[in-house]
Design a protein around this ligand. Structure first.
Ligand code: NAD
Length: 478
């Protein structure tokens, strides 16, 4: 098994790959070994100035390109992504930590998302309103302008595609700052767009000191839209910066997903589904099920079954064929978990599985199950973003709904019940952008993905994802 990191890192500005030139660097670690594996160039102020000017030019030309051409470029990029999936997946695993099979699945899903947007490129319609005496009004939907996009490291391929594909389909240009922790995947995905024929002034990638990059891009009058995937505090900060030029925004922020498990569910099947889903990507998923509220009558059986299954999970370097869960992506995430678990213990909760770091120099944390976690424990209020399942019992349907809606977040929620009337009630009453009932999949290319409350606004995916890159204009013709 070769352990060489297979990506060459650089920024993509104006159709050129740039690095070196006395720029500052960020050292990239392998989360499974803790070893340094590459150096990433960081943007200077001059780089960002160049990228903005290029994006301005790119928007002027791309917005008038035929939608069919935009679609064709996207389709070709999707094909290249599929061809290169094995290579890209290896890069992802070595910089982010998830098992190779999960990484490959993510790349294939990203290709599917690009294909969907290729189709949407030709489906931006307007409206004609007929008026008396031959007058008419035309309702037009036009691309908003250059987009500044920022995304997190947990889905290094999918998050990048979610920023680039809808912008390109709508006729916008985009400057993307992916995470400095997973740059190699972003670079490989960008190469697919480049090799598919996307003009170098339409999509660009920069890395840098996050606050410096976002200030430079968001305070520029060239930028007309902010698209951000990341935590709630950083999202709020960026919204304030973007307010200065009143730009359009899409905010995909954090969550703290509740799971309501009712006593009429199929318990064994529910446990099989939930345990697998909880520990996907070591729990570092914005829609990860986190607060498991289980109806009193089945609570102890649920807790026992959850802990037994969790202890079977094989944790090791994601490059190993047998790996079911890799390390966490970085050391700070693991430190947060240690503090949250310690706080839960001291507030009287029972740790049924895990609760400790793994061995070795990598950022491993054992899959963890904690029962009887009180409402005021920190983990019940702050997104753990890691492999920790928090369990607590509830009595009535109303109690469950109250618990689900208790926090200021509203991204994903899960319910397990065979009662059809209750399914409808939960679908209506739960405050979340996505409610999954008796299953856990939240991501489909044609369905809007996004949150409510402090989890954000402005969906990605689906026709809504392209619509979020358009502005409406009405032309009244005499
Ligand atoms: P984070 O907000 O600290 O970082 C996310 C990204 O934003 C990173 O690339 C980071 O470099 C960048 N960033 C940080 N400060 C910035 C600034 N001032 N200007 C510009 N960019 C900045 O979040 P994190 O802890 O690294 O990621 C996990 C969080 O992201 C979780 O809260 C998770 O729920 C959320 N997330 C949400 C979604 C979604 O679709 N709703 C998807 C993935 C992750």
């Amino acid at each position: 098994m070769s352990v060489e990191y297979p990506a060459t890192l650089g920024m993509y500005i104006g159709g050129e790959w740039v690095s070196g030139g006395g720029r500052d660097h960020h050292s990239l670690l392998n989360p499974a070994t803790g070893e340094m594996q590459a150096e990433l160039p960081l943007a200077s102020d001059a780089d960002l100035h160049d990228a903005l000017e290029v994006a301005k030019h790119g928007f002027a030309t791309w917005r008038v390109e035929a939608p069919e051409l935009r679609g064709a470029v996207l389709r070709e990029a999707a094909e290249l992504l599929r061809e290169r999936a094995d290579h890209i997946a290896r890069v992802t695993t070595m910089e982010q930590g998830k098992p190779l099979a999960e990484a490959r699945g993510e790349v294939i899903a990203a290709a599917g998302l690009i294909d969907f947007h290729a189709g949407e490129a030709v489906r931006v319609y307007g409206r004609v309103l007929m008026r008396p005496t031959g007058m008419r009004s035309l309702v037009l939907h036009q691309p908003v302008g250059p987009v500044a996009a920022f995304c997190a490291w947990n889905f290094p391929a999918l998050n990048v595609v979610r920023k680039i594909a809808p912008a390109v389909a709508a006729g916008c240009s985009v400057i993307l700052k992916p995470s400095e922790e997973t740059p190699g995947t972003a670079v490989e995905v960008m190469r697919c767009f480049q090799d598919a024929g996307l003009p170098g002034d339409v999509a660009q990638i920069v890395f840098g000191v996050p606050d410096m990059v976002s200030r430079r891009l968001l305070l520029s009058p060239i930028t007309r839209k902010l698209s951000f995937t990341g935590s709630v505090p950083v999202g709020k900060h960026l919204m304030k910066l973007a307010a200065d030029t009143v730009m359009k925004m899409t905010m995909e922020l954090g969550g703290h997903a509740p799971v309501l498990v009712f006593d009429d569910c199929d318990l064994e099947e529910t446990l099989d589904i939930l345990v697998g889903h909880k520990f996907r990507n070591a729990g570092q998923v914005c829609v990860a099920p986190t607060r498991f509220h289980v109806q009193e009558g089945i609570y102890e059986d649920f807790a026992r079954g959850f802990a037994e299954r969790t202890k079977q999970i094989k944790v090791c370097n994601g490059l190993c064929e047998t790996s079911q869960m890799g390390p966490m992506a970085n050391s700070r995430g693991r430190e947060v978990l240690e503090r949250l678990v310690s706080d839960a213990r001291s507030s009287g909760a029972r740790v049924l599985a895990g609760g400790v770091c793994g061995e070795g120099r990598g950022f491993f944390f054992q899959p963890t199950v904690i029962a009887d976690v009180p409402e005021n424990a920190r983990a019940m209020n702050q997104e753990p973003f890691g492999p920790v399942a928090l369990l607590s019992p509830f009595a009535s349907v109303d109690d469950g709904i109250r618990e689900a809606n208790r926090l200021p977040f509203g991204l994903a929620a899960y319910c397990f019940t065979e009662n059809g009337r209750r399914q409808n009630l939960l679908g209506d009453a739960i405050e979340a952008g996505m409610v999954m009932i008796n299953q856990v999949r939240a991501t489909w290319p044609d369905a809007p993905f996004g949150g409510v409350k402090e989890s954000g606004f402005g969906s990605e995916d689906g026709p809504e994802g392209v619509a979020a890159h358009l502005v409406t204009k009405t032309v009244h013709v005499g």
